[in-house]
Design a protein. Structure first.
Length: 363
């Protein structure tokens, strides 16, 4: 991950765009409103853990993710195994990494419960294990291990090291044939650059001044989510009550440093989808051609899908991107009444879902 672009706010705080751009970028934005800090925590946790699940409930001994637990020892052991990969693991990983194989996101040396698997894809649930000569005398162990994973819903594919050395194309074809029946979606041929795990771009905190002050607005008293230069900017401000000034939309459309930063990012990186994290309504709100991905996000987090937030929002980010530019745009309104740690697992799964370009292909 790299810092691709940054800006300095009125109070001297930094806004940063983090990621590795591809031909099909997904933009994920944390804090729009300074009194909704959950997004910054969830994004930074996801980045700091290098796509591994975080500590559960502050515990330093157990890690939780995808409904499974494993020890910190297992995590460190997995890291050691990744750093000392065998030749056969390196060969296969060159074909699986960066979602280049069937557009699937694989991880290597991933702890699951008391085991560490060679390669795993969590959507759909696929485990690939490499077998060398040491497995000849461990058939009962391998059988029990495979049965454990099958009970968790995984399909286990075992590959002999010799086959990787002598017939890698045959190995890849075999894996593809094993995986295809498990997929719920038709597997299209992805153009070069699509479906890579480098497609997520993050702005952890768009409103650091508001976060510093504990206010919804930025240092100029502007609600950034009402400041975008939409066709309806400055129109119906009834959502603020009787006083139009309480709408905090700014002196003019796009007047704020933070707003200009996002607009520049959108023009420069042309995201194929945008996800923003808000609170507290517990809904999946969408603008533009995003209903299908909104439903999939709803399935993960259990919030209802809503096309309208329930009141007029002229100058909103959703209107600017989703309605006027036809970019699938999701506003994920999180539950502020539960510890943010409880949101780590579903939100990380949502981030992983966003890596698959097919999930938000326009129909």
């Amino acid at each position: 991950m790299n810092i691709l672009q940054s800006a300095t706010t009125k109070l001297g705080n930094r806004i940063e765009l983090i990621g590795m751009p591809s031909e099909n970028n997904v933009l994920i934005i944390g804090v729009f409103h300074g009194d909704e800090p959950q997004g910054k925590y969830l994004i930074e946790n996801y980045l700091n853990e290098n796509e591994y699940p975080p500590l559960e409930g502050g515990s330093k001994s157990v890690i939780s993710g995808w409904g499974h637990k494993y020890s910190v020892f297992a995590k460190e052991k997995a890291k050691e195994l990744r750093n000392n990969a065998t030749l056969h693991e390196q060969i296969l990983w060159n074909y699986l990494r960066k979602s280049q194989f069937m557009g699937l996101k694989f991880r290597r040396q991933q702890p699951i419960n008391t085991y560490i698997v060679d390669f795993v894809c969590f959507y759909p649930k696929i485990i690939i294990e490499l077998d060398g000569s040491q497995h000849i005398n461990n058939k009962d162990y391998d059988k029990n291990r495979d049965e454990f994973f099958k009970n968790l819903g995984f399909k286990v594919i075992r590959i002999y090291n010799n086959d990787i050395s002598n017939n890698i194309e045959g190995v890849l074809e075999h894996i593809k044939n094993e995986i295809t029946p498990t997929r719920k979606l038709k597997i299209p041929t992805l153009p070069q650059g699509e479906g890579t795990n480098d497609s997520l771009l993050f702005i952890p905190c768009l409103n650091p001044d508001g976060l510093q002050n504990g206010t919804r607005t930025n240092a100029n008293g502007v609600d950034l989510n009402r400041n975008f230069p939409t066709n309806n900017w400055g129109d119906d401000t009834s959502g603020a009550g009787e006083n139009p000034k309480d709408y905090y939309s700014g002196e003019s459309a796009g007047s704020e440093i933070e707003t200009q930063f996002v607009i520049d990012i959108i023009e420069k990186y042309q995201p194929k989808m945008i996800l923003t994290l808000h609170a507290p309504y517990k809904i999946v709100n969408f603008d533009g051609p995003a209903q299908d991905i909104a439903k999939k996000i709803s399935d993960i987090i259990g919030y209802p899908v809503e096309e309208s937030i329930g009141y007029p929002t002229p100058g909103s980010f959703g209107t600017y991107c989703g309605i006027e530019r036809n970019i699938p745009t999701i506003t994920l309104e999180l539950d502020e009444k539960i510890p943010v740690e409880n949101l780590v697992q579903p939100v990380s799964e949502i981030f992983n879902l966003c890596m698959d370009q097919r999930n938000f292909a326009q129909r």
